[in-house]
Write a protein that binds this ligand. Structure first.
Ligand SMILES: [Zn+2]
Length: 382
C-alpha cells in the first residue's frame, strides 16, 4: 500500500513526464540539446507514432534541455497557384498516401489560420510548426497573391533564399538561450520544489501542518514563471493565449515553460539552414534527405490534379535553385550529396535515389518508395 505522499508524488511525476513529450508531424526536424547548445537530431518516433506523426521527448531533468524544430514550407507556392506538399522524408519508414491538391491564385478568396493550420477558403492546405509561423505564412501568401504573375517567382525566390540564410539558426538559438536563462532557472527551482522539496516536507512534517507554506511557495514560483514567460514570448505573438492557459493550469507543465517558449526560435528556417547547429557527422544524411526530396520527389498518385502537378513542379524548380545556391555557399557539391552508391552487380541498370535499391531495367519506378529510378550512367543524379 502506498502512502498519500507517494500517491501525490506519482501523480505529479506522471503529469510531468507527459509534458516532456510532444507529438510532432513526420518531416519536422527536431534538434535536442541537454546543455550548452550542443544539439542532436531527433525526429518523430516510429515506435510510438503513426504514418503521419510520432512522439519526440525532451530531457526531463534540470537544466531541462532545449527542443527546437524546423520544417520545410507547409505548402508549395508557385507563380500559378498554391499546392499541398508532402513533408520531407527525414527517416525511412511507412508513409501516408499523398494526393496533391492545388488552387490557382485568381480563384482564392481568403487565406486564414486556425491554430497551426493554414487554410484556403476554409480548407486546410498545410500545417506550420507554430501558430506564429502560420500567421506569418498566411500574411505572406496574401502578399504574393496581390503581385502580378510575372513578379511572383522573384518573390518566392527571395523568401526561399531568406529561409536558407546561413548563420541565422545559430544566432537565433544563442539569443534564445541568453533570453531564456531566467525562465530556465525558475523552471529548475520549481522542478526541485515539486519533486524534492514538496515530498520531503510532507513526509517529515505532514501535509496538514505545511500545506499553507507549500501552496504559498508554489504560487510564488508559478506566478514568477508566468510573468517571465509573458515577457519572453510576447503577449501579441500568436499562440500566447493557449500557451499561457497550459502553463497557468498545471504546475508540472509550468516546469516545461522553456519548451513552449522555444517553439518559434527556428520559425521560417528551412531544415537545410538549421543543420549548422549539428555536429558535422550528423549533417550529411539530413542534407541528402532534403536534397532527395527536392530533386527526386515520389511519383504522383494516380488521378492527381493537373494544376497540382504544375504548381508542384514550378515550386520544386524554385526550391532546387535555392538549395543549390545554399549548398554552394557552404562549399558543398550537390552532385556529391546525391551520388549513387556502388552498384552491387554490373547487370544493375538503375538505382533508386531515395532508398538506394538497384534494378535490372533502366526505366523503373521503385516499388518501395514510388520514386523514379535513375539510370546507372548518371552517377551524379542532378
Ligand atoms: Zn526507392
Amino acid at each position: 500500500m502506498i502512502s498519500d505522499t507517494e500517491q501525490l508524488f506519482l501523480v505529479l511525476l506522471a503529469l510531468y513526464l507527459f509534458d516532456c513529450v510532444r507529438w510532432v508531424e513526420r518531416g519536422v526536424l527536431g534538434l535536442r540539446s541537454y546543455v550548452g547548445g550542443r544539439f542532436r537530431v531527433t525526429v518523430a518516433s516510429r515506435a510510438i507514432g503513426n504514418v503521419r506523426a510520432g512522439l519526440v521527448w525532451n530531457h526531463p531533468l534540470p537544466p531541462l534541455g532545449t527542443l527546437l524544430s524546423a520544417a520545410s514550407w507547409p505548402l508549395g507556392v508557385s507563380p500559378d497557384g498554391v499546392c499541398t506538399l508532402e513533408r520531407c522524408e527525414l527517416d525511412r519508414g511507412a508513409r501516408a498516401v499523398f494526393v496533391p491538391r492545388a488552387r490557382a491564385w485568381q480563384g482564392i478568396r481568403e487565406f486564414a489560420r486556425s491554430g497551426c493550420a493554414i487554410e484556403i477558403d476554409g480548407e486546410e492546405f498545410g500545417r506550420a510548426t507554430s501558430e506564429s509561423e502560420a500567421r506569418r505564412f498566411v500574411d505572406w501568401l496574401a502578399h504574393v497573391q496581390a503581385l502580378p504573375r510575372e513578379q511572383r517567382a522573384a518573390a518566392i525566390d527571395a523568401a526561399l533564399a531568406e529561409s536558407l540564410t546561413p548563420g541565422r539558426a545559430r544566432a537565433r538559438a544563442d539569443e534564445f538561450e541568453t533570453r531564456a536563462r531566467v525562465l530556465r532557472t525558475l523552471c529548475c527551482v520549481l522542478f526541485a520544489f515539486l519533486f524534492v522539496g514538496l515530498p520531503w516536507t510532507v513526509e517529515h512534517f505532514g501535509l496538514e501542518r505545511t500545506w499553507p507554506w507549500l501552496l504559498g511557495v508554489m504560487l510564488v514560483l508559478h506566478g514568477a514563471i508566468l510573468a517571465v514567460f509573458t515577457r519572453l514570448h510576447g503577449r501579441t505573438t500568436p499562440g500566447f493565449a493557449s500557451a499561457m492557459a497550459q502553463l497557468a493550469l498545471s504546475p508540472p507543465q509550468a516546469v516545461r515553460a522553456v519548451d513552449l517558449a522555444s517553439r518559434t526560435v527556428l520559425a521560417g528556417l528551412h531544415p537545410l539552414a538549421v543543420l549548422e547547429l549539428l555536429p558535422e557527422r550528423e549533417r550529411a544524411p539530413l542534407r541528402r534527405a532534403v536534397c532527395v526530396d527536392a530533386f527526386h520527389p515520389r511519383e504522383p498518385a494516380d488521378g492527381s490534379d493537373a494544376l497540382a502537378l504544375r504548381c508542384g513542379a514550378q515550386y520544386r524548380e524554385l526550391l532546387q535553385r535555392a538549395l543549390t545556391t545554399r549548398l554552394a555557399l557552404d562549399g558543398t557539391d550537390l552532385a556529391r550529396v546525391l551520388t549513387a552508391p556502388e552498384l552491387d552487380d554490373p547487370a544493375r541498370r538503375s538505382w533508386c535515389p531515395r532508398c538506394e535499391l538497384q534494378f535490372d531495367i533502366e526505366s523503373a519506378v521503385c516499388g518501395d518508395c514510388s520514386t523514379r529510378a535513375v539510370p546507372r550512367t548518371e552517377r551524379a543524379v542532378v
